[in-house]
Design a binder for this molecule. Structure first.
Ligand code: GCO
Length: 437
């Protein structure tokens, strides 16, 4: 097999603040909804919290050396909003800003380009108490925060992602309640989803007006639904779920419209949609797609159990690399995007360091190569893909699953904070060095 990516293709790995930083109550940081949610007994496996996580807040110099060993060209990380605005709005915490300033400089000194996610789920608790994402005012709160960051770091950071996976925050955070802030209310979930899009658009316009050199995008947990039979009810469900999980978040950004199927299905819960809002939302320089697996459908229903014909990960997700190709091409077909990047893709296992100090994660190596083959094929077939970021740089706090699933290219020993590059990390470093294999 000879897989060669374009010379200018960008290679990186990603993390998020609450998952790696720790220092949850240091240097003036305010509480986020995850600080509160993770401390409620029973919400998280083993009642794990992100109080310490990988302690990257203090250990970033050591981690940057490891990024160099992995040949990473880009490190995608998120800023913790309550580190910057402990109360969500108002007074800026200069120690928080200084931290990201130092991190960005250290990355640049190491020859690694920083890409920043502004919102990776850690809403200031103070803003939750003022209504959070279901409150339309959040578009302005978020824009003020985005401008503060762009003003401070925009001279050194070109790539910005406003939201990470608004789908997950809206539906798991406000509809199903299994993620922070733990609300179960469909109407609030749809309002939140609308305001994620609005906040993205408003921040996009404001950031570009401040500094036209910035590239401002958004990342999306793309969902691909695979009917295992040809039954009409299976095909219909796949199409409806495309609209509910992708269309609601992507159609306004790409096309300035809102999926009719959702307006028709939920007349009671749908927020007021205006043309002015849609014009504001319809802005992006690039969209980051994040893909892990297909959702399987049979007999007109989502398949909940494990099927013998699929391999499953530590998250209980099937391994479906060909679905990744279909998913990317579906974006190209439906929305004709001008630029896409794969901002997350990866596999959870229960890796251990062996007696020789190695992590022999053969299954992850296969997963990465198989998914990269799909990316490569999509590029050959015209998809405007400019980069691929592994999730994750290192094992970290996997939200409601605590520390059990390990997604990293680097193993984290949480008791000692020892880092060990896994075999997959070494393989990824070689792929980057050769722009393929
Ligand atoms: C996600 C997130 C990550 C997760 C990863 C694995 O975007 O869901 O960006 O925080 O850890 O997807 O579940």
């Amino acid at each position: 097999m000879n897989i060669q990516f374009p010379e200018r293709f960008t290679w990186g790995a990603a993390t998020a603040a609450y998952q790696v930083e720790g220092a949850a109550f240091e240097d003036g940081k305010g509480k986020s909804i995850w600080d509160v949610f993770s401390h409620v007994p029973g919400n998280i496996e083993d009642d794990a919290t992100g109080d310490v996580a990988c302690d990257q807040y203090h250990r970033y110099p050591e981690d940057i050396k490891l990024m160099q060993e992995l040949n990473l060209q880009v490190y995608r990380f998120s800023v913790s909003w309550p580190r910057i605005y402990p109360e969500g709005t108002g007074v800026v915490n200069s120690k928080g800003l200084d931290h990201y300033d130092r991190l960005v400089d250290a990355l640049l000194d190491a020859g690694i380009d920083p890409w920043i996610t502004l919102y990776h789920w850690d809403l200031p608790q103070a803003l939750h108490e003022r209504g959070g994402w279901p409150n339309r005012d959040i578009a302005d709160w978020f824009t003020d925060y985005a401008l503060t960051m762009a003003e401070r770091l925009g001279d050194r950071v070109k790539h910005w992602m406003t939201m990470n996976e608004a789908w997950v925050c809206s539906y798991f955070g406000y509809r199903d309640g299994n993620m922070a802030p733990g609300i179960k209310d469909h109407k609030q979930a749809l309002a939140a989803s609308y305001h994620f899009n609005l906040a993205h658009g408003r921040a996009y316009n404001a950031m570009k007006a401040m500094n036209p050199n910035l590239k401002v995008g958004i990342t999306h947990a793309t969902q691909q639904h695979r009917p295992l039979d040809g039954k009409p009810e299976s095909l219909a469900l796949a199409e409806f779920l495309w609209q509910e999980n992708n269309g609601v978040f992507m159609e306004p950004i790409f096309s300035g419209s809102y999926p009719e199927a959702i307006i028709d299905r939920y007349p009671e819960s749908i927020p007021v949609i205006t043309d002015a809002d849609l014009i504001e939302m319809n802005n992006y320089d690039f969209v980051g797609l994040q893909y892990y697996c297909d959702n399987l459908i049979r007999d007109g229903k989502l398949v909940a159990e494990k099927l013998p014909e699929f391999e499953y990960t530590e998250m209980g997700w099937p391994v479906t690399p060909d679905g990744f190709y279909n998913n990317i091409m579906e974006y190209v077909r439906r929305y004709k995007p001008k630029e896409l990047a794969i901002t997350e893709n990866g596999m959870a296992l229960d890796d251990e360091v062996d007696a020789e100090g190695r992590v022999r994660d053969v299954r992850r190596q296969k997963y990465i190569k198989a998914h990269l083959e799909s990316v490569h094929r999509a590029i050959q077939d015209g998809a405007p893909l400019t980069g691929y970021f592994a999730w994750s740089f290192m094992d970290n706090y996997e939200w409601a699953c605590g520390y059990r699933p390990r997604f990293g290219l680097i193993h984290t020993d949480y008791a000692t904070q020892t880092r060990t590059i896994k075999d997959s990390g070494r393989m990824f470093a070689e792929i980057i060095r050769n722009t393929g294999w």
